[in-house]
Write a protein that binds this ligand. Structure first.
Ligand code: HEC
Ligand code: HEC
Length: 272
């Protein structure tokens, strides 16, 4: 994107916090094990994240001027989060789910940045990613993006309710649910024709279940039942699963207003 794509916008911090939570930024940008004195609630960066192409140490998102994003411009931030382009022009690996964030409203992304600026700054220098042949992998990502990174903004479906549309936006944009619930091809690109059908776990072992037909398959009674499971993590029982991945997502969802959680339940229930 260019400067012309960045709208004039007055930040809404409450909206920024909500979207930061559903976007799960902190789940990946956790403080590293060496940052013992740092509040684990801060996205200070440095904890390891395993991906099919190697191990990353997602960086510091606190507003520290030297090691965090304190000096980052809005344009740089939006290009990272929605296009996977770093300020020095490198292609970022889609382990940072910019493929989903690309569909977000730019204003929502700017609100996340404004919210991050209110957090306590932490000194946490960047750590080199352990990706073999990083240069080649980044070039491969560049080629794929050139062929077709889908950057169309999310569109409402006028035939559906307002709440369904809110759920659709949260799931397909900031919530990046497809990043785990849709299988990827060899280049780590989501197979959109198989959307939400489940697939291998991106962080390693096991499988991610399909989100299609969860009611028809008797997993849940109705939309409200799905929403309640997402809110409390109880029916699913995944709140105790630390390695499964959905535990962290469920904790993030539980921080949303109830209407948003209901909206997600309504949308998931409609996936046949
Ligand atoms: C599923 C894990 C994951 C989530 C969720 C995630 N990130 Fe990241 N992020 C990464 C990884 C991995 C990298 C490093 C990518 C690379 O080096 O190619 C990264 C890099 C970054 C960078 C630094 C890019 C640079 O070039 O300096 C910023 C800024 C960032 N993420 C912001 C965010 C924000 C804001 C959110 C939430 C809206 C977010 N991330 C959510 C994994 C994640
Ligand atoms: C980091 C990967 C990941 C992301 C992102 C993710 N999920 Fe999941 N999800 C899982 C895994 C793995 C499971 C199976 C339970 C487990 O092992 O934690 C699961 C299970 C579920 C289930 C239960 C399905 C069943 O058969 O009972 C629902 C519902 C669900 N996810 C909804 C969502 C929604 C909504 C989002 C987006 C807000 C989302 N997931 C994002 C990995 C993920």
């Amino acid at each position: 994107m260019t400067a012309a794509d960045i709208p004039q916008h007055t930040a809404d911090l409450a909206n920024g916090e909500k979207l930061y939570n559903i976007a799960g930024c902190r789940s990946c940008h956790l403080p590293g094990a060496d940052l013992k004195d740092v509040d684990p609630g801060l996205p200070a960066g440095g904890a390891s994240l395993k991906t099919p192409v190697g191990t990353f140490y997602p960086p510091n998102l606190t507003p520290d001027a030297e090691t965090g994003i304190g000096k980052m411009t809005d344009l740089e931030f939006v290009n990272i989060v929605q296009r996977g382009i770093s300020p020095d022009g490198q292609n970022l690996i889609p382990a940072l789910p910019y493929t989903s964030y690309a569909h977000m409203k730019v204003e929502d992304v700017l609100d996340i940045k404004a919210y991050l600026a209110t957090l306590t700054p932490v000194t946490s220098p960047a750590r080199e990613a352990g990706i073999p042949a990083a240069f080649l992998v980044r070039r491969g990502v560049g080629l794929w993006k050139w062929v077709g990174l889908d950057t169309t903004p999310w569109q409402p479906d006028p035939a559906q309710s307002e709440s369904w549309n809110r759920g659709s936006y949260l799931v397909n944009g900031p919530g990046h649910c497809a990043e785990c619930h849709t299988p990827r091809n060899f280049a780590m690109v989501l197979e959109t024709s198989l959307a939400f059908q489940g697939g291998p776990h991106p962080e390693g072992d096991g499988k991610v279940p399909s989100l299609r037909g969860v009611i028809e398959r008797g997993r849940y009674k109705d939309a409200a039942d799905i929403a309640s499971a997402l809110q409390y993590g109880e029916i699913m029982g995944y709140d105790k699963v630390s390695s499964g991945g959905m535990g962290k997502v469920q904790q993030n969802i539980s921080k949303l207003p109830e209407a948003d959680i209901k909206a997600i339940g309504e949308y998931i229930a409609s996936l046949k």
